[in-house]
Ligand binder design. Structure first.
Ligand SMILES: Cc1cc2nc3c(=O)[nH]c(=O)nc-3n(C[C@H](O)[C@H](O)[C@H](O)COP(=O)(O)OP(=O)(O)OC[C@H]3O[C@@H](n4cnc5c(N)ncnc54)[C@H](O)[C@@H]3O)c2cc1C
Length: 366
């Protein structure tokens, strides 16, 4: 039986579980409004694990949140406008669409490395805002329990702890279900030097090749890495080779791209929450980001998470002495906005799969 230090539970006004894009944005905007919070993050430190690939942040969501956080300048310095480039092909290697971003193009959806975004947010917070190595396990009333045996009490608990949220069960029994699709991922390090021909083929941004039963994607990151992935329907424990052994009709350049990857391919099954999921209001607890609305990963998840954070921070700042009123301002609007976005993300997911995906996506972009 684990021993908890309940008698010495620390008192906190706003406890945020999870230091992803949503949780850190919330802590930062609260700080801008002079409100302290504590972020409990299970990672042992800011560089405990690779943050993965790029995020494209949109003007009305991710970028608007960074504006509210007073971090627009830092974002623009780290963002890559050329990351908006897109090359779209079919599996025979025929180029269907090539969009290169002019140098003076507006930064509508620039890409930023996840690690850079995390660094910008972390360095904008007062020291000790983030408690590393603090995995939240459960709560009893307003008493929070962590895996290291520590406890804390809070006035408002915010679950920003992603797809497998441990806070979500306090509000609903609904759990994410497997979408049927996996993304099988690896990467090429220092691609310009080690694989110049493939690096040139992928270009400065996104490279998508659509085949009858799978999509191959490659994406240029800011640090010379090219991320490579294959999205395919199959069991959640699919053997990666079933995705990366391309059928004969695929052009050889795609096989070369997969063969050049440095790391073993990792299978990431995609889980989803039901579109339009809500929960009955509960005083002192709420959710944001993937914890609240896990949707297909088509460029909206982090953006919506950061917008949730901005709206929740603004609601708390408007009602610092009445957190129920803050939730009344935040939750219904968040439910309505994210249900619509989840609906359109599901449509994009449908469009990007199936034997005529290339045709449908091309028509969409045209
Ligand atoms: C391949 C891929 C590509 C994507 N591309 C994009 C894109 O281009 N644009 C976009 O907007 N979205 C994109 N997304 C979606 C995006 O990554 C997520 O929607 C986003 O990260 C959600 O942010 P979050 O802060 O809500 O949760 P997360 O980023 O999942 O952060 C949750 C944090 O909580 C911590 N945590 C979890 N459990 C606990 C616990 N019990 N105690 C303490 N800490 C805990 C985790 O360690 C993590 O740091 C993509 C997703 C995938 C899979």
């Amino acid at each position: 039986m684990k021993q908890y230090t309940v008698s010495r539970a620390e008192r906190i006004m706003i406890a945020i579980i999870g230091g992803g894009p949503g949780g850190l944005t919330l802590a930062r905007i609260l700080h801008v409004h002079g409100i302290d919070s504590v972020v409990f993050e299970r990672d042992a430190s800011g560089d405990a694990r690779s943050q993965g690939s790029m995020l494209d942040l949109h003007t009305d969501t991710g970028q608007a949140a960074l504006q509210a956080a007073g971090l627009e300048r830092e974002f623009l310095a780290a963002a890559r406008g050329e990351g908006q480039d897109l090359r779209m092909l079919d599996h025979t290697g025929t180029m269907l669409l090539q969009e290169d971003t002019p140098d003076d193009a507006p930064m509508l959806r620039p890409e930023i490395d996840r690690a850079d975004l995390r660094d910008i947010l972390l360095s904008s917070l007062p020291a000790h805002t983030v408690r590393w190595g603090s995995a939240f396990t459960h709560a009893e009333g307003n008493l929070l329990y962590f895996a290291d045996g520590s406890t804390a009490t809070c006035d408002l608990l915010v679950g920003a702890d992603g797809a497998n949220s441990r806070v979500r069960p306090l509000l609903t029994d609904v759990e994410p279900t497997y979408s049927g699709k996996v993304v099988v991922q690896s990467s090429i390090r220092d691609a310009d030097r080690t694989q110049p021909e493939l690096a040139e083929m992928v270009g400065r941004g996104n490279y998508w090749a659509f085949g009858p039963d799978r999509m191959l994607g490659a994406q240029r990151n800011g640090n010379g890495v090219v991320q490579v992935s294959v999205s395919i329907y199959g069991p959640s424990d699919l053997d990666p080779a079933a995705a990366t052994d391309l059928p004969d009709e695929w052009a050889p350049q795609f096989r070369r791209l997969l063969a050049a990857c440095d790391e073993p391919f990792v299978v990431r099954p995609a889980y989803l929450l039901p579109i339009g999921m809500t929960w009955p209001r509960r005083s002192g607890v709420t959710l944001l980001g993937d914890a609240a609305h896990l949707m297909p990963s088509h460029g909206e998840g982090a953006n919506q998470s950061m917008r949730d954070a901005a709206e929740l921070a603004q609601a708390i700042a408007a009602h610092p002495d009445d957190l129920d009123a803050a939730l009344e301002q935040y939750e219904p609007a968040m439910f309505e906005r994210t249900a619509k976005v989840a609906e359109s993300s599901a449509e994009v997911a449908k469009m990007m799969s199936g034997p005529d995906a290339a045709k449908k996506v091309l028509a969409f972009f045209s």
